[in-house]
Ligand binder design. Sequence first.
Ligand SMILES: Cc1cc2nc3c(=O)[nH]c(=O)nc-3n(C[C@H](O)[C@H](O)[C@H](O)COP(=O)(O)OP(=O)(O)OC[C@H]3O[C@@H](n4cnc5c(N)ncnc54)[C@H](O)[C@@H]3O)c2cc1C
Length: 815
Amino acid sequence: MDGQATLLKDFVAEMNHLGKQNEVLIVSGSGAKARFNSVSALQRLRDDRVEVGPKISVAYNPFFPEEQDLADERRRLEQKLETGLVSKVYLQFGTDLDRLRSSLQELKAMQAQAEHNFDICGSIFLPTKKLIAQQKFRPWNGVFLSDEFLAGETTARGIVLQMMKLYEEHGCEILIEAPGVRTSNDWSVVESLLKERDDKIAASGANVKPEKQRSNAAAKDASPAKKRKATEVAADTSSEPAASGIGIPKSTLTPQQLAKPAIVLFHSHDCRLHDNVALQLASHHACVIPLFIWSRKEQGRWGVRGCMEVILKDALRNLDEKLRSHGLELTCRQGDDSSEVLRQLCEECGSSAVYYNVEHTPESGVREAKYRRLLGEIDVETVECQSSLLYDPTSPQLGTGFHGGHWGTLMPFLKGCKKQLGEPRKPVQRFETFAMLEAMAGPVTWPSSSSIDGLDLAVIEGEERLLERFPMSEDAAHSNLEQFFKVGFGRYESDRSRADMEWSTSKLSAHLRVGTLSPNVLYYKTEASELDYPQRKTFSRRLFWRDLAYFHLQSFPGMRWESIRLHYGQTEWCNGEEGDRRFLAWKRGKTGFPLVDAGMRELYKTGWMTQSIRMVVASFLTEYLRVDWRMGAEWFHYTLADADSAINPMMWQNAGRSGIDQWNFVMSPVAASQDASGEYTRRWVPELAKLPRGTLHKPWETPAQVLNECGIVLGRDYPHRIVTDLKAERALSDEAVLEMRRKNQQFNNERGYDLVQLPNGKETVVFTKKQFRIDRQGIVLKETKKTTGSGAAGRGRRGQRARKKAGRDKVAGKR
Ligand SMILES: Cc1cc2nc3c(=O)[nH]c(=O)nc-3n(C[C@H](O)[C@H](O)[C@H](O)COP(=O)(O)OP(=O)(O)OC[C@H]3O[C@@H](n4cnc5c(N)ncnc54)[C@H](O)[C@@H]3O)c2cc1C
């Protein structure tokens, strides 16, 4: 370090000697892993009282993805500024516009308080094809380029323009990152960028835009909000597409309506600013009021409850924070009847329209109808949008019977959606959302609002642990997404059922549930992957499962509490005291089956389990403990951080055999392929941690001596099994289904398949497990050689291949 400080000192002396006092000397190498320690070098210059002729500019990089690196970088900058030698801080390049804006604000605040003057300049990166290609191939250390930037010249240019606008608003000089301008062609790119920026600024009505006020509590009423005129709005929404070719959708409202405030009503499924269609459409108004209404009464049994209340609260806090960074804020109100609350706010604010993304549940359907009616009475438009699923679940039409899969199963649904409705909507680019928010204005005086903590949302013990695992912000969702694609995505096909591996799945479900991540963003990120289709096939279909659940819920609104195959409601379960005893042990993770207990404890503590473990515990409850699937579904709904009132019942119905897609495999609670290393069970059932892998998942088979050596006494340190004869329990469970089917021959077709009545009155055959297929006398049918399934599971060679593969998947229990 000393040598470097001496070098710098010599260099400065040389510059002084040469009379180059006005030269700019960039002292860089401030990165976390840099070998040149510019902080101590500068400190030495100061301590040695070297007269510094050249203006010293230091680099500052606010784009480190890790919080700790960023905090270190901030600290280093402060130390450099403390030397009093710095005349300029230059911001290195990264594409996170939110981060850039907040860093500029921070630097401005430091500048205002600093003892020694310094200027700020910010770098841009020339959005040329050549440079982008170079960066894709060999990214620079310390330059943080997003996929969006690297996607091509158009998006890169859009981002650079936004950055230039921010620099302009903050009075910062622009510096072009080397290797930038080398040819005259490069210069013309710079000139065209400057011209485009100036044209945009001129078009928005001011030469230099004032820095947008943050609406923190103190500044709240004082800040004169930026307003756009309806005519300007109309110009913005002309047919010209945005830079990316996707852009913010056009409004169909009149200029008079657009001149009045719009209310954007957020719900528990769309807590985000990015790729939020309702917000995008509302952005055309002169003034926008984001609103959240909490009504505990309206939640009922299948709304936001338990763990989801904590998740939602955090998502709202972050939503509000993000809105505030753009000079807006979230108005929060509560009441028993959200439509009344909404109507009242519309009248208070004189708004012309309310925008919201529909929720696609039976309850929300009723609520939304009431919004339309009440708002219609006071002449306020309701603009309903769709942002939480890939498709509107009322749109796909599926033919009854078998079409490459039975009615309502994944493949016919997926194919039907794509064929009838095309590819899902493309999300808008992040920089477009940023530009939209920057241009959006709130009212001069914000309506009164409850604080988020003041809403009657539950506070639950251990919620910090929950939020540590699932911090509910858009930024957290985004970094979770990036991390999964970096580490887990490529292994998904092979490892997705492994609970003992980090990132074997995306862990994005809570974000998708509460809307901090747009499904369309995830869909197109997957599609853009460089992996071959077979390597990404299963993950690509995951979002279709999500949509499928809502399709089921539209078709069977009662599916949360009654069997989709209605007659399955007559199945006999293990009830009474014994049923209660079994259910309680299951809930508490004290069944005596380590893998099941590990899952149930993980669920209770962190609100999450990977799908394969959810399947193990669900089939354990229904098939081995013979407890009604509805009890399991309700417990899951209460404890899951991603509790989804369509997906959860769909999966439980399948586990309980009454759903559209009966699980055609056995999930052994003992084989534990999901935890091959045993690490998962050891983590969540620490009292068994010392057991060797061979008996970890079946401690009852552990030799007494080994138990002794591990200091474990079964029944004292870990419970005895709640049921001991798994085979007999399963036989009873299967017999209960057969018995119920025998009594309901009217729903049994000639080949022993269940028949289900659809909402349009038509009847369809649905997949039925082989051991439940009975003839008219109630005898289990023997499989004929010629056909399997309802006659269409595939004949000939293709069918044979498919059956072989299905057999393999069945053993592995993969989904
Ligand atoms: C009994 C049971 C109950 C379930 N309840 C819920 C629930 O309430 N909410 C919920 O989001 N998921 C539920 N699932 C589905 C699935 O287990 C979770 O979506 C998944 O484990 C979430 O982890 P991940 O984000 O890492 O998933 P990944 O495997 O990375 O999948 C990516 C995304 O696809 C979607 N997805 C994945 N699997 C399914 C599926 N089978 N059905 C619908 N969407 C799917 C999810 O949104 C998920 O985040 C349940 C599964 C079972 C067996």
